[in-house]
Design a protein around this ligand. Structure first.
Ligand SMILES: [Zn+2]
Length: 227
């Protein structure tokens, strides 16, 4: 697992070269944002190296490559470390029937951990503000660090091979497109995230992009043209 210290608040952990999880520093310890897969030990070791306890786990969405270490983390960290996610994605993960606009659903693994706290747009998670960004999944959210305008965008954008919106096949990483359930909504959400004028864009798949607004604009233009 590759570890990059991106800002004083943000550490990126990259598993297998293509899936990211994040540790966000708060005054009381660390927030894990997304968990990658089979990465519980590595996330805990990275937190230990930062010298701070993991206080909570917040999820952008319920796909397997973002919640894949959740059960193992719950086992290792215990129930005092709450899991936060949106109600919509939690319901899909729990196997409830939820209407999807397009045929695609992406991978929703069977996991036993249920969220302890329901996230809604506008909620605060320490220095992070929860921002609605449905489209990739029905309950997808992004997190804006209002201390330095870092946007943790989950799969609302991908940056592997350049900044793109996975509303259409993007290469070399078409997997995010294959899991995007509402392509039109994904473009609208990407545009709403761009309006936040982030200083740093980090995502589920691909490297961090500094001063990302022009690249986000170009991605929105390409996605609208392809729609
Ligand atoms: Zn996804």
């Amino acid at each position: 697992m590759r570890i990059s210290h991106l800002t004083p608040h943000l550490t990126q952990l990259t598993k297998l070269g293509w899936v990211n999880a994040y540790l966000v520093r708060e005054s009381d310890g660390l927030t894990v944002v997304d968990t990658a897969m089979s990465a519980a030990d590595e996330l805990i070791a990275a937190a230990r190296a930062l010298g701070a306890p993991i206080r909570r786990i917040a999820l952008t969405h319920g796909h397997g490559d973002h919640v894949g270490s959740l059960d193992a983390l719950r086992k290792r960290l215990g129930p005092d470390v709450p899991v936060l996610m949106t109600e919509t994605d939690a319901r899909i993960l729990a196997g409830e029937p939820v209407e999807f606009s397009d045929r695609r659903r992406g991978s929703w693994p069977k996991i036993t951990t249920r969220p302890d706290v329901t996230l809604a747009p506008g909620d605060r998670v320490g220095g992070l503000e929860v921002v609605a960004s449905p489209g990739h999944t029905p309950g997808h959210v992004a997190f804006l660090d209002t201390r330095d305008r870092t946007l943790i965008a989950g799969d609302a954008f991908v940056t592997l091979g350049g900044v793109e919106i996975p509303s259409r096949p993007t290469f070399p990483f078409p997997l995010a497109w294959m899991g995007t359930c509402d392509r039109r909504q994904a473009v609208e959400s990407a545009s709403a995230l761009r309006a936040l004028a982030p200083e740093l864009l980090v995502v589920g798949h691909g490297g961090a992009v500094r001063a990302p607004v022009a690249a986000m604009d170009a991605a929105i233009t390409r996605a609208r043209r392809a729609a």
